[in-house]
Design a protein around this ligand. Sequence first.
Ligand SMILES: NC(=O)c1ccc[n+]([C@@H]2O[C@H](COP(=O)([O-])OP(=O)(O)OC[C@H]3O[C@@H](n4cnc5c(N)ncnc54)[C@H](O)[C@@H]3O)[C@@H](O)[C@H]2O)c1
Length: 386
Amino acid sequence: MSDRPVNVGLIGCGNISTTYLGFAPLFPGLRIVAVADLAPAAARKRAQEYSVEARSVETLLTSDDIDVIVNLTVPAAHYDVTHAILSAGKHAYSEKPLALTLEQARSLVALSERTGLRIGSAPDTFLGGTHQQARALIDAGAIGRVVSGTAHVMSRGMEHWHPNPDFFFLPGAGPVLDLGPYYITNLVQLLGPVTRVAALTSAAHDRRTILSEPRRGETIPVETPTTIHALLEFEQGATITFSASWDVMAHEHSPMEIYGTEGSLFLPDPNFFGGTLSRAGVDCDLHEVTMWDHLFLTPNFELDTNPQANYRTAGLADMAAAIAADRPHRCALDMAVHVTEVMTGILQSGETGAFVAMTTSCNRPAPLGPEMARGLMPEARQGRLA
Ligand SMILES: NC(=O)c1ccc[n+]([C@@H]2O[C@H](COP(=O)([O-])OP(=O)(O)OC[C@H]3O[C@@H](n4cnc5c(N)ncnc54)[C@H](O)[C@@H]3O)[C@@H](O)[C@H]2O)c1
């Protein structure tokens, strides 16, 4: 597999599939060959839009021309589909969350070890230039020893934009399992693994009304907490509060603040690759950090007319390169399993009222500095819009 692009198949042709189909061409190590979906019409539509083949799920799983299959199904199907991909002899890369329970996640580890096949998992936004620079600063001691911090992801919810928002409010999603992966994965890459968690959880509504087309006005059940206030204790000693909610119309908390013995660091939303960093030193004077020259910071995309750096599929490209180089991939299975335990532990603590001690740990993924980012995406592909 070393000298040619990795041939990729996608299972799940919904909303996020356009991101993978649109952004994979940025990375010469990836070639999307075919797509599949439970709903054949969804696969045909995407195949036509992006000039790839539509196959049935079964045919894709057994296709000899596919090396890696990306699992873009709904969270409740993630475990079964990733299991089927490895069982069919292919490497898997899953959208987040990797699995809905720690038991499922552990079973995927066992399957990966048994088959020698890789599993990678989104999010890959922690590979963004800003988050990588934050990591470089923390590792260089720019704010001293990290002792505490905060992370906030709070909004009015998802039913005003997603055409089929049902899954967001069912077990397996909610703001912790849906958006928590971005925040908790970034915290783990910055600080390392978590030792225990506690949380209070609630839901403002037991049904919600869809505000997006085509199902505007339909009501859907809420079967998972939609407001979570959690405490995370990290192995290196830091304690972080993490608040995630879809019951908040507006707030003024910043996405992520990290406090050290010699300063503070303010990070942008880890749901995105770019944004600015601010830092204060022992003089307590907060100022914007001069950003380094990192490819995964360059705006290449517009979100609501705002230029954004969007390099989703970078994690998949890194996994493809890692397979060829026989090195660990950064969107690593041990980190995804640990993040799964942190998130499910938060929900478990919300139910029991007790602290939940983590039984898993993980290595921090290798940093992705400017040079390494250039290695994944050579000049010819830069600046290309999805
Ligand atoms: N939409 C986003 O902006 C976004 C962003 C980041 C991550 N994600 C993640 O990506 C995943 C998919 O999200 P989405 O918004 O594209 O969902 P979606 O509901 O729009 O699409 C999911 C697709 O998967 C198909 N599917 C479901 N179960 C299947 C199975 N067992 N086998 C084959 N196909 C199956 C469905 O038919 C559907 O076409 C979720 O895990 C979500 O958390 C979504």
